[in-house]
Design a binder for this molecule. Structure first.
Ligand code: HEM
Length: 83
């Protein structure tokens, strides 16, 4: 194991697409967004659009000024890898 990030493949990411178990990737990092869903100012439904997916494009289109890494650092799962 060691001190590296957990590696998450795209197919693994896709499996986490429900409200109770929602992962999303932003800028190459994977986050568990479940705990944040009720707090999202844009609403749960908007955020659930990127559950199980790479949300980078939608995030950048809606609010590129939001500091996601800082807000969700406790929710980081690992790094997105090919596969
Ligand atoms: C608003 C965080 C993902 C859609 C906001 C705001 C924050 C935030 C802090 C308030 C921004 C402001 O007022 O300046 C986040 C975080 C995300 C995320 C941490 C990732 C985990 C998304 C995604 C979408 C989205 C993927 C679209 C599919 C929106 C919309 C608003 C908003 C539409 C505006 C709500 C309004 O002002 O009425 N989000 N967001 N967000 N977000 Fe997100």
């Amino acid at each position: 194991t060691g001190a590296g990030f957990m590696r998450v493949t795209m197919s693994e990411l896709k499996e986490h697409n429900t409200v109770d178990d929602a992962w999303s990737a932003f800028n190459g990092m994977v986050y568990n967004i479940t705990a944040y869903l009720p707090f999202h100012p844009g609403g749960e439904d908007e955020l659930m659009r990127v559950a199980g997916r790479d949300g980078t494009k939608l995030f950048m289109l809606t609010h590129s000024w939001v500091n996601l890494d800082y807000m969700l650092k406790e929710c980081m799962v690992g790094v997105l890898v090919r596969g």
